[in-house]
Design a protein around this ligand. Structure first.
Ligand code: ADP
Ligand code: MG
Length: 320
């Protein structure tokens, strides 16, 4: 069934929920919002284009999830609590089945984080999804990229390289994005690519602890390079300590997994720096959130990201 623009927007609006901080949601020329007193608004936007940011055949529910996940990940990296946002859709055609499946994935993640859709835009064109997301962070407590200090530890959440490993398998034709993989390890990789978990609870827990933070969308070395550059410090990594999943090591091999962990993008884990005096507090946070965090290096005076023995270093160097 093909929908008129109004019917399409109505189908999305029916899935969105109100809240007391939303004075006026979807339906007028603009939404009206009541920001939280004593807080800053963190604002971010990210676009996913078909064939560029996801394989064209990706299922709409997975596209919906990832469209929001990449934006909530940016809020997490700022230490912000997700609040609301808008969705700009460019669609080649307006099929009810596609919109409903997209909304299933999108609102599953939105509802899990009490994030509200409060507006957007709908146009005809090549498939492209763009979210602008807002979050709250107590004044002065945002996690920025520019606060890393010489002597800090460098930490990363979860495991790295799983999404890049899945993409390699898809490029080789051994993994389909449209169907679950029979092999449990391959299915784990597929889920890491299609359904990344924004580390929102970790981000808010790191307020007052992390000196700098970034989410890993372009690859660990590249994203840590941003922290090093804007903080005016050097980052020294121990490549052996960078956490790879057992699944990725089994499926693509240990050496390839290590390369993916250092240079592969799309993981949406958090990488952050913190004083060694915070190690006990961080262990407690990791325990409370049931989320592994791993100390992978340290900050020193100087410049750039240094990772002895890693081939990926050259690939990264031209970003310096
Ligand atoms: P306008 O012509 O004023 O731009 P639209 O007809 O584009 O209004 O949109 C009508 C209402 O629907 C607005 O409140 C807008 O924010 C909302 N809207 C449009 N597209 C979307 C979308 N993809 N997701 C959520 N809300 C949308
Ligand atoms: Mg208008």
């Amino acid at each position: 069934m093909s929908l008129a623009e109004f019917a399409l927007i109505e189908r999305i609006r029916a899935r969105s929920k109100g809240r007391e901080d939303i004075v006026l949601g979807i339906g007028d020329d603009a939404a009206l919002l009541q920001p939280l007193a004593g807080h800053w608004l963190a604002v971010t936007a990210d676009t996913l284009n078909s064939g560029v940011h996801f394989p064209a055949e990706t299922r709409p529910a997975d596209i919906g999830w990832k469209t929001l996940a990449v934006n909530l990940s940016d809020l997490a990296a700022m230490g912000a609590t997700p609040a609301w946002g808008t969705l700009a859709l460019s669609l080649p055609s307006a099929e009810a089945e596609w919109i409903d499946a997209f909304a299933d994935g999108f609102f599953a993640l939105a509802d899990a984080h009490d994030w509200r859709l409060i507006g957007g835009d709908t146009t005809r064109g090549p498939l492209s999804l763009s979210v602008t997301a807002f979050g709250h962070v107590p004044q002065g407590q945002a996690l920025r990229r520019d606060g890393a200090q010489a002597g800090d530890d460098v930490w990363v959440s979860g495991t790295l390289g799983d999404a890049a490993g899945a993409l390699q398998l898809w490029q080789r034709g051994t993994l389909q994005v449209t169907h679950p993989a029979a092999d449990a390890d391959m299915e784990f990789l597929r889920q890491r690519l299609l359904r990344p978990t924004p580390r929102v609870a970790l981000g808010t827990a790191l307020r007052g602890i992390a000196t700098a933070a970034v989410d890993i969308s372009d690859g660990l070395l590249a994203d840590l390079g941003h922290i090093a550059a804007v903080s005016g410090v050097a980052v020294h990594l121990n490549a052996e300590l960078v956490p790879c999943s057992a699944s990725t090591e089994r499926v693509i091999g240990r050496e390839a997994a290590r390369q993916c962990a250092l240079s592969g993008g799309d993981d949406y884990e958090l990488c952050f720096t913190a004083s060694p005096s915070c190690r006990a507090a961080l262990a407690e946070i990791a325990y409370r959130l049931s989320l592994d965090i791993t100390r992978i290096g340290h900050v020193a005076s100087g410049a750039g990201v240094h990772c002895p023995g890693s081939h990926a270093r050259q690939g990264y160097a031209h970003f310096l």
